[in-house]
Design a protein around this ligand. Sequence first.
Ligand code: PXP
Length: 243
Amino acid sequence: MIRLGVNIDHVATVRQARMIDEPDPVWAVVLAELGGADQITIHLREDRRHIQDRDLDNVLEAAQVPVNLELAVTAEMVDIAGAKKPYAVCMVPEKREEVTTEGGLDVIGHFDAVKAANERLSGEGIRVSLFIDPEADQVEASFRAGVKAVELHTGAYAESFGTRFAERELARLIAAAERAHEAGLAVHAGHGLNVRNLPPIVALPHLEELNIGHALIGRAIFIGLKAAVEEYKGIIARAEGVR
Ligand code: PXP
């Protein structure tokens, strides 16, 4: 079965909006696991806009399933991953001004740094993947860098979903998945996936793992909002009863 990695960054985004201590991403670890998550994914960004260093410690301690740490290829992040030793690391590009990870990692342009980071982290027994655009030359560079897996960036597909460009984006993902598999790389995918655009991605050849965050956490608001309001109404009603 294809593994589902649940990205819980945006639970921390909600917390950081108030700079207090709730909601805590660790609560999401427990509920995601109860829902059947095969993996917990978090992105420790350089600017710490959502996940904090203490969240990484807490998530590593709490999770019963493997933890996949997304990080930029910087000395600081590679040192953190080397010290904390999550089950998996996914190297991503990172720009401070971006709202989310906008494109894939340019493995060709940063080849030496990526290869060195992979050697260091693979040497610690961490499973390393690279988050790349679905392009043959990036797949081939990933293979040469020595990683075990590529995560194909589905953002362009997700943006094109429902337009005449969706078929073309899907074809790019299929071709990249085939190329990665031929090279002996495991195929993962993620970014921008939601309940509508997910089914065609599940059909990608050789797909082993999906990482989904924003839309899943957003959906949890709506699936869970009714129960949350009912809970608050119940608290108010009970407290009124003793007033
Ligand atoms: N995979 C990678 C490598 C990512 O950087 C992200 C976003 O943090 C995701 C998957 C999940 O994307 P989304 O939040 O759009 O589902």
